[in-house]
Structure formats: C-alpha cells, structure tokens
Design a protein around this ligand. Structure first.
Ligand code: ZN
Ligand code: ZN
Length: 366
C-alpha cells in the first residue's frame, strides 16, 4: 500500500491542495465493486425459472437447461415485471452497468489541455512541468526532484489571468513580453495596465467580468475571498458560493478547490465528486488527488489508473508515484515503460525557451 507524506501535498497556483498525510487516518468509504448483472438477479429474488417472454428469440434459440440461459431468463423476468414483484420493489431494482458506465467516463482519455493564446503550447496546471530537464526513467523523475528542491516554484500555476480580455497567458510569454519593455500592457490584447493599480482597482475589474458570468473571474474572486487578500475580508462562505458558481460553469480549478475544501472537512463523498468532475475535464492535479484518495482507501488498482492518466499528461508527482508502485511491483515493466514514454512526450510538448527562461530567472531571484 502506498503512503503519503506531507511533502507530497500539492498546492495549486490558486488554492488547490491535495490530500495530506494528516488526513490519511480519516475513514474513507471503499467503493463497491461494480455489480454484474448475474449477481443482481441472484440477490434475494424468487423469480420463476421459465420466462414469460415466449416470443423472445433468445429463449427459443438457447438450451433452457444451461445455467447461463436460466440466469438470462431470470433477468428478462425482472425487467419485464418491474414493480410487480412483491419481493423486489421497483425502487430496489439495481441499474445494470451504471458503475461500469461511470468508470468508463472517469477513466477515458481526458480532453487536451488549453493552449496559451500566444505561443499555442499546452498549459499544464503547474509551470514546473515545463522545466527543461532530462527525461524521466524507471528509477528517477528529474522534474519531481527539482520540484522538491524548489517548493514555491513547484506549486506555481503556468498561467496568469488577464481581466482586460479574459485570457490566460503562460508565464513564458509574459516573461518575454515584459523583457521587451511592455510591462504596462496586456501581452495578449495590448490593453494598458496601470502600473500603480490599487487592490480596489483590481477587484473592481474582476467584479466587472464576474457580472458577465466569466468563470475564471468568479474563480479568482472566490480565491481572494478565501484567503482574504486584495483588500477583501476573509469570507469562506462567500468563497464556496463563488467556487460553486465557477464549477457549475465548468471551471476545473474551482472543482478542485471545492474538493479540497470538502476533503479537509471530512466530506469524502463531495470531495470525490468534485475531484472526479475536475479530472474528467482534464485537470491533472485533481486526477492525481483522486489517485491519492483511492490509494488511501486501499484501491491500488484504481489509484494506479488515475496516476497513469495524470502522468501521461506530464504531471511529475503522478509519475513519481508510479515509479514507487513499479518498485513495489504493483506496476509491470511494460506498463511503466509506456507511461514513461507518454510522460516524457508530454513534457517535451510543453517546453519552450521562454518558459525555461522564466523558471531559471525565478530560481535566480528567489
Ligand atoms: Zn505562451
Ligand atoms: Zn488583455
């Protein structure tokens, strides 16, 4: 079984925090194995062994003495008589395959990351994923080691949001733009930016876009309320209300923060719901957090599946987890090989000179 440690906690550029070791002792509900249709029909039902569907092709063509056809007829019986069977009320008839359908949606390939509108490179949740470092191998993940040594950089988001045009721009492009002496303009729309803008000015700009129902602005305002920054009083209830609104508009960071909030409060059901919503929409941090949750519940196989998806998206913590699983023989050689290939490919796709220059400059100055 995997363990988590405090230094594994992930903090979003905004406010996302992954499950920490201090919470690992909380009780987590272990998800039920998806039921099969056969198990459902054998559960406490005294259905007759002959079907009423005399016109069923299946009934006429199969050997009625086989166990399989008997079970099939029992299932036909239940679905033909829903609500009529006194020993199996309608509301208790299990949905066939709901869990399987849910998992199929949860574990399918997530949508691609959003591209920076200037350099058109994918924008990972963490800037550290773009660091130009050697490829990961079965024994090490250089970006993970680098992140461990530079914690503040490790939790920094790749993008900055501009309220003038409502665009997210990568820090690499902002770095290059500012270097050319344009530090008073938006790198995307060239709108003038007040150098000495007060917190009040900044919050007023955010509110304008919030009024237009812009999910990114709503998320940003929520985060400011949550932390009580930019001249706003700390207001958790307001933050949750706004995160909820942003999440409903499809903001994955808002989902991840909501999940973290519920996780810390011990509401595992809601935490999982929001982590899953964010993960399915392509948030690799939420995907990694789901892996941690499953691991803490002892569901190693599900945890590994989440780590694989997050690692394939270039998330170094997930790749590091998988290396540990490989060393513990929970992951095979072939499987780790294919994930490493996908991880390294993603990392290369996200790198640029400008992003690397920003990272190196940040390290130098901090
Ligand atoms: Zn860019
Ligand atoms: Zn702009």
């Amino acid at each position: 079984m995997l363990s988590t440690s405090a230094d594994e906690a992930v903090v979003d550029g905004g406010d996302n925090v992954a499950p920490s070791s201090s919470s690992s002792t909380r009780s987590s509900r272990t998800p039920r194995d998806p039921p099969t249709s056969v198990e459902e029909e054998e559960d406490g039902c005294d259905a007759p062994t002959t079907t009423r569907r005399r016109d069923s092709n299946f009934s006429r063509l199969t050997d009625p003495t086989t166990k399989f056809s008997q079970r099939r007829r029992q299932r036909d019986h239940h679905f033909n008589n829903q609500g009529q069977h006194k020993h199996w009320p309608k509301h208790k008839i299990p949905s066939v395959g709901v869990a399987e359908l849910r998992d199929a949606a949860l574990f399918k390939d997530p949508p691609p990351k959003e591209d920076c509108p200037i350099c058109f490179l994918p924008m990972p949740a963490r800037l550290i994923s773009c660091a130009s470092l050697p490829n990961a191998t079965r024994s090490s993940v250089p970006i993970y080691d680098y992140a461990k040594a530079n914690e503040e950089l490790a939790t920094m988001s790749t993008e900055i949001y501009y309220t003038c045009c409502g665009k997210h721009v990568c820090r690499g492009c902002i770095h290059s733009f500012f270097k050319s002496g344009n530090d008073e303009k938006c790198p995307f729309c060239n709108a003038e930016r007040k150098r000495n803008a007060t917190d009040e000015d900044k919050v007023a700009e955010i509110w304008k876009r919030v009024a237009a129902n812009d999910a990114a602005s709503i998320f940003l305002l929520a985060s400011h309320y949550y932390h009580g920054v930019k001249g706003l009083h700390q207001d958790q209830a307001k933050a949750i209300e706004l995160w909820n609104r942003a999440a409903e508009l499809g903001n994955t960071k808002a989902h991840n923060n909501m999940a973290d909030f519920y996780y810390k409060g011990g509401n595992m059901k809601k935490a999982k719901f929001h982590f899953e919503a964010a993960a399915m929409a392509g948030n690799e941090v939420a995907r990694y957090n789901l892996g941690l949750m499953e691991s803490q519940s002892g569901n190693i196989e599900r945890a590994i599946n989440h780590y694989k998806i997050a690692a394939s998206a270039g998330y170094c913590r997930a790749m590091h987890r998988l290396i540990i699983c490989f060393k513990q023989r929970d992951v095979g050689r072939k499987s780790i090989g294919s994930t490493l290939k996908a991880y390294n490919k993603s990392c290369v796709e996200m790198r640029s000179e400008a992003r690397d220059a920003f990272i190196r400059g940040y390290i130098r100055n901090n």
